[in-house]
Design a protein around this ligand. Structure first.
Ligand code: HEC
Length: 201
């Protein structure tokens, strides 16, 4: 008798839970950045991943280094990917003189007033070394002869940088405080945190 009751109770509980829809729900996928040409028009399928390959090594779809003009002497002597200059995390880096800007997708296209108004202008920056206004970037930034597929793949990969934790700056040599580094890019620098208010009264 007793066992029957217990079984019965269990059944009731199960039915009630089922009716309440107590099934674990999958969390909605995180949304990253505004909708753009990439997600609307061009295919976003992970291009195997050509973008990552170019960004990390400079090797294009044909298995050779993407042709380029310009770039630093060091880069010309030993060409690599974007990360050699823009850093492994895409956050850019400080140079003795100036700074290499970040190329995370959010740095270029994020926010209400993105630095680059369109993805196409970011691609133009990569290919023609022109900033968002069409003015020439520093010649250190190579002009990459990327095919459309390569350019789209690179642009798509820039979003991966946003998912990576920033690399901590390692033992940076104490910069002279008065020597304000010339900002080469236009990215915002972190603002000093506000001082905590003194305790009242
Ligand atoms: C040899 C170093 C070097 C390499 C390699 C390099 N860049 Fe740059 N890049 C720069 C410098 C320096 C600037 C800043 C130029 C300026 O502000 O005038 C820059 C600027 C940019 C900008 C414009 C950013 C802004 O804030 O205006 C984009 C986009 C960019 N690079 C993308 C790339 C991509 C994508 C790659 C790889 C395919 C790449 N870069 C490889 C040095 C490099």
């Amino acid at each position: 008798m007793r066992t029957a009751m217990v079984v019965c109770l269990c059944l009731v509980v199960a039915v009630v839970l089922g009716a309440l829809g107590c099934t674990p729900k999958a969390a909605p996928p995180p949304t990253t950045g505004p909708a753009n040409a990439l997600t609307q028009g061009a295919q976003t399928a992970p291009a195997g991943d050509l973008g990552e390959q170019i960004v990390k090594t400079g090797i294009g779809a044909k298995g050779q280094h993407v042709a380029f003009t310009g770039g630093s002497d060091r880069f010309k002597a030993k060409p690599g990917g974007c990360v050699g200059c823009h850093n492994e995390d895409g956050r850019g880096r400080k140079l003795p003189k100036g700074q290499i800007p970040p190329i995370t997708y959010s740095a270029l296209r994020g926010g209400d007033k993105p630095l680059f108004p369109s993805d196409d202008l970011v691609i133009r920056a990569m290919r023609e070394g022109k900033d968002e206004k069409g003015e020439a970037l520093q010649p250190m930034m190579p002009h990459w002869q990327l095919t459309d597929a390569e350019a789209t793949a690179v642009l798509s990969y820039l979003k991966q940088f946003d998912l990576m934790p920033p690399i901590p700056e390692k033992g940076k040599p104490a910069a002279k405080p008065e020597a304000k580094p010339k900002t080469v890019g236009k990215s915002e620098k972190n603002v000093a945190p506000a001082k905590p208010a003194p305790p009242a009264g």
